[in-house]
Design a protein around this ligand. Sequence first.
Ligand code: GLU
Length: 469
Amino acid sequence: MSDYSFFEGVEKNFDKAAKHTTLPSGILEQIKGCNAVFRMNFPVKIGDSVEVIEAYRVQHSNHRSPTKGGIRYSLGVNQDEVMALAALMTYKCAVVDVPFGGAKGGVKINSRAYNEEQLERITRRYASELIKKNFIGPGMDVPAPDYGTGPREMAWIMDTYMALNPGEIDAAGCVTGKPVSQNGIAGRTEATGRGVYYAIREACNHDEDMKPLGLSTGLKGKTMVIQGLGNVGSYAGKISQDEGGVKIIGVAEYEGSIHCPEGLDIHALLDFRAKTGSIVGFPGSTTLEHRSAALELECDILVPAALENQINESNAVNVKAKIIAEAANGPVTPEAEEVLLKRGCLIIPDMYANAGGVTVSYFEWLKNLSHMRFGRMQKRFESNRYELLVDLVLKMTGKELSASERKMLTFGADEVDLVRSGLEETMITAYNGIRDTKKSKNIKDMRTAAFVYAIEKIGSDYTALGIWP
Ligand code: GLU
């Protein structure tokens, strides 16, 4: 195993990138470190006893406000992990031009060991600890879902915040990833997975980058292996299959790895797992010898969508994928990356590949502050204008349209259409920003280029803000 921690790994990547910038060392040091670490213990009544829960919230950088980042529920949570994930949020937000500093929260529990009522108690108590210390608020620090949490937990957090901050008009913006009916936004649940899809699609659009991999441009027919069928992995898989025509040939999950050289239907696999509790035994698949064996399958695109450190020095030499799209945070260790880069693998780094979640969180936060659903003002206006235009063109050309064609041409954008379009635009622009940085500074890999792209933006913020006496 490597002799440095997850956070030190992020620092190593930062240092490698910092050499390509001209920022003064003091500014670099300020960007790199974590600004505030809040470690807490709180008691929660579980059954007949009281359990002491260990939890964290880390704010990595305050060059922009609020700070932003998910809350993870996992037994693997520790201070170093939360610091690393908070740092990645800073760079992630900068890469996709989302005007937040980075933060992350973690609660050291196995969420499967508690019933819903107990989880609600833990979540509300965690939220009230954050409130007491001013570590949450629409202009302060805005959590979101991460591993082990989802819209339900976000609704509990919002409700706790509202109860303790009566009359705060923007209170709903204290957390994102809420249910759509509870001040959430359409398209947030799928956002990280959809962002992963746009990232892969954009990478595959550049002939110059595909050629060295021996691949043609475009996604259609490319083979994909996914590790992890949680929220991110399952949406990345569904959208890549349905909209990109990708062939999913292998999946790794907690219970095992399966291989389907002919390609599997991801919807059928998800149904099968929901019914049986496992991907193992999925009709038409073969089960591989160990849990993460699918990572080592021959494929065009590998999507690690589980946790950090999954591709490390012990398995990197066996990973054969031509492209790795880091849907999880930190799935490839720095040592593994060296091995993979040496053999010419294209790694689309986490801070970009999985930034779709925070991008749509930003849209949700804006919606909360504006107190209005996107599309409400313009939907009918747009559609009425297109109706007029289509009628005019049909009259002039004497042509007819089918009902579905007319609908396609004349509909006004709904919230989900605008969210997807904003996400698509963000992912394409960011990819090309990273790619241009890579080329102009003659950088070998996408991760270093993404770090440089982010560090320069954050550095210019600090410079513009000035340093207070
Ligand atoms: N937890 C997600 C991430 O790691 C989302 C963060 C957010 O929306 O604030 O990017």
